[in-house]
Design a protein. Structure first.
Length: 155
């Protein structure tokens, strides 16, 4: 949870021109490196990958309102790139309601894998399937923004 708020705070501090559209943003933090799909200078973050410098674990935070949204719910999210579904990764995530803005956040941990590296570096459309619903996130700009994450968190 702390990493999500850290990522949001860093987006406020980046100095990007105000925009009302989502884009991929890479950040170096005290604790590690993050990659977020967010609206610059806002608290709108759809997905965030954060590689902790000490452990090299990747925390994934996903804004998603499940059918039964209750704190502690555990759901499996499947991540793939459209057209390359065979290279998917699955991640068990735990949900929590954010009190400040009434968003529901799923969080899980993983390690960098060849599949995740390709998803972030090769473009296309990220497909996130969770709780019987699918969301598509364009990966345009992700490879450039993910360079520090990919360098800091090897396979």
């Amino acid at each position: 949870m702390r990493r999500f708020f850290l990522a949001a705070a860093l987006i406020f501090a980046t100095g990007f021109a105000a925009a009302d559209e989502y884009k991929w943003i890479g950040q170096v933090t005290e604790e590690g490196v993050s990659l977020s799909y967010a609206i610059p200078e806002s608290d709108a973050i759809r997905i965030d990958f954060h590689c902790e410098r000490k452990t090299r674990k990747i925390s994934v935070s996903l804004e998603h309102e499940p059918k039964t949204a209750k704190d502690g719910i555990r759901l499996t999210a499947r991540f793939s790139v459209r057209g390359r579904e065979a290279e998917s990764i699955s991640l068990v995530m735990t949900g929590q309601r954010l009190e400040l803005d009434d968003k529901f956040l799923l969080q899980g941990e993983t390690r960098m894998s060849p599949q995740l590296r390709r998803m972030l570096a090769e473009g296309g459309t990220l497909v996130v399937a969770v709780d019987g619903r699918t969301e598509e996130i364009p990966l345009k700009g992700a490879a450039q923004a993910a360079r520090q994450l990919l360098a800091s968190c090897p396979v």
